[in-house]
Each structure stands twice: as structure tokens, then as C-alpha cells.
Write a protein that binds this ligand. Structure first.
Ligand SMILES: Nc1ncnc2c1ncn2[C@@H]1O[C@H](COP(=O)(O)OP(=O)(O)OP(=O)(O)O)[C@@H](O)[C@H]1O
Length: 251
């Protein structure tokens, strides 16, 4: 397996509080990796270190190293805008912009300098197809995105992330606000996405991790207790704490 993202001895502090402790993991290319663990154990924090979303938090300090394709993303010379283009993010609650579906998706490419209408049309169609939304919305591209259902909005947000051609997709509990049918659609989509992207998903839902992830990391109190291929984790956890968590016997 080729490593896409390497995290080495990563510590993260919010003020005096240490949220991540000595995280080390190699995240493989073109696989789905799940972060699981009880609330507040650092999953989202760890996810956000990969595109430096933590830069926006005051008093947040990081030591250690994160590399993408071998490049140190915390190097002062890193272009953070470009980094966030390479590592797109989808959040827990769908957050479409209050504009048309078309403009939601064309927004990123326009920011990055694409002005040609035909090219933008192509990107919009392709992104919506990749997010399994095209057929449902192709006749309403000029309508407000806020009129979509929650599940459609979340797929629109995935399409918006794909429109700038990332290689990594960071998803922070992307289905927690969705009904079971929309959740299933996003899970199916995940299967297709791995062909082109390296996907990392934070989830509280262990069945979801078991269904969609190739590898799973179990976080507890800011540390990684266990990180292995998903089948081994669920069938044969090495650490007693992992076993207790996945069998629902704690926290
Ligand atoms: N901006 C912040 N400032 C201070 N503390 C923070 C901040 N963001 C997160 N924390 C703290 O860091 C710890 C890890 O939070 P994080 O959101 O990464 O956990 P999580 O595992 O993703 O939780 P959940 O599953 O509930 O989303 C928590 O104790 C949280 O309160």
C-alpha cells in the first residue's frame, strides 16, 4: 500500500489542554480510513490537522510532522490555499452556500481562475455525477441549493469538494445528520470515491466504519489505541480497550 499521508509524533494543544498525544499513522492512498472513538477523544482535531483547519483556532499549537506525498504541510513555505484544494473537507452538517446549485459547485473552480463557461459546465456535471446527484438535480441547477433535501445537500457539498480536483477527501461525520436512505447513498458513494481519492471519515457509527472503511483507527483520550485493517479491528481487536469499545461496553 502506498502511503498518501504520514503523521509522525503529532501533539496538538488547545491552550494548556493537550488534545492529541503522540499520534503516528501512515494513511494509504486510494483507501477509505475511518477514525472512531468516544466523543471528545480527538478524531475531528486529528482530521483537521491534515488540511491545517486548526490554523484558524487561536491558541492552537502543534508539534510533530504531517506529510502529504512526502511534503511537510507545516513547512512555513506551504501554500495553505493550495493544501486545502488538495485536501477537501465535508462537514457534519451540510453547509451549501445560499446560491444556486450550479454556483455552489462552480465557486471553487472560479476562485482558482477558471472562467470559461463550457469548462465550468463540464466541471459541474462531472462533480455532480461523481457525487451521485446529477440525475436528481440536472433540471434544477439554477435553483437555490437550500431547496434540496438534507441528503441531497450533503452530496452537493461532496460535489463541491470534488470540483476543485482534490486528491484527499476529509469527512467529519458526513452522515450523522441524515436519514438512513441518504446515509446509504453516501456510503455507496464512498465505495466509488476510493478509486480516485484518499478518503478519511470520522464516524460515531461503528457499523458504518465496518461497512465502508479499509482501515480503522480507534482514538481514546487523544491517543491512537489501535490502527489496523478494519476486518482485523472488528474481528480480532488486539487491545482490550478497543474490544470494550467496539462491543459497546464503554463510553
Ligand atoms: N477550538 C477548541 N478549543 C479548545 N478545545 C477544543 C477545541 N476543539 C476541540 N477541543 C477539545 O479537544 C478535545 C478533542 O475534540 P475533538 O472535536 O477533536 O473530538 P472528537 O473525538 O472529534 O469528538 P466528537 O466525536 O464529539 O466530535 C475535546 O476535549 C474538545 O473539547
Amino acid at each position: 500500500m502506498e502511503t498518501k499521508i504520514s503523521i509522525q509524533d503529532l501533539n496538538l494543544f488547545y491552550g494548556d489542554f493537550q488534545a492529541l498525544k503522540g499520534i503516528g499513522m501512515e494513511i494509504p492512498k486510494n483507501k477509505v480510513t475511518a477514525f472512531i472513538g468516544p466523543s471528545g477523544c480527538g478524531k475531528s482535531t486529528c482530521l483537521k490537522t491534515i488540511n491545517r483547519m486548526n490554523d484558524m483556532v487561536e491558541n492552537c499549537k502543534i508539534t510533530g510532522k504531517v506529510t502529504i506525498d512526502g511534503e511537510d504541510i507545516y513547512d512555513p513555505r506551504t501554500d495553505v490555499t493550495l493544501l486545502r484544494k488538495r485536501a477537501g473537507m465535508v462537514f457534519q452538517k451540510p453547509n451549501p452556500f445560499p446560491m444556486t446549485l450550479y454556483d455552489n459547485i462552480a465557486y471553487g473552480p472560479r476562485v482558482h481562475g477558471i472562467k470559461n463557461k463550457q469548462k465550468l459546465d463540464e466541471i459541474v456535471e462531472q462533480s455532480l455525477r461523481s457525487a451521485a446527484l446529477w440525475d436528481e438535480v440536472k433540471d434544477r441547477l439554477k435553483k437555490s441549493a437550500l431547496g434540496l433535501s438534507g441528503g441531497q445537500q450533503q452530496r452537493l457539498c461532496i460535489a463541491r469538494a470534488l470540483a476543485v480536483e482534490p486528491d484527499i477527501l476529509l469527512m467529519d461525520e458526513p452522515t450523522s445528520a441524515l436519514d438512513p436512505i441518504s446515509t446509504l447513498k453516501i456510503e455507496d458513494l464512498m465505495d466509488d470515491l476510493r478509486a480516485k481519492y484518499t478518503v478519511i471519515i470520522v464516524t460515531h457509527n461503528m457499523q458504518q466504519a465496518a461497512r465502508i472503511a479499509d482501515r480503522t483507527a480507534f482514538f481514546l483520550l487523544g491517543e491512537i489505541v489501535e490502527y489496523t485493517d478494519t476486518l482485523s479491528m472488528f474481528n480480532n481487536p488486539k487491545d482490550e480497550r478497543t474490544e470494550r469499545y467496539i462491543t459497546g461496553r464503554f463510553g
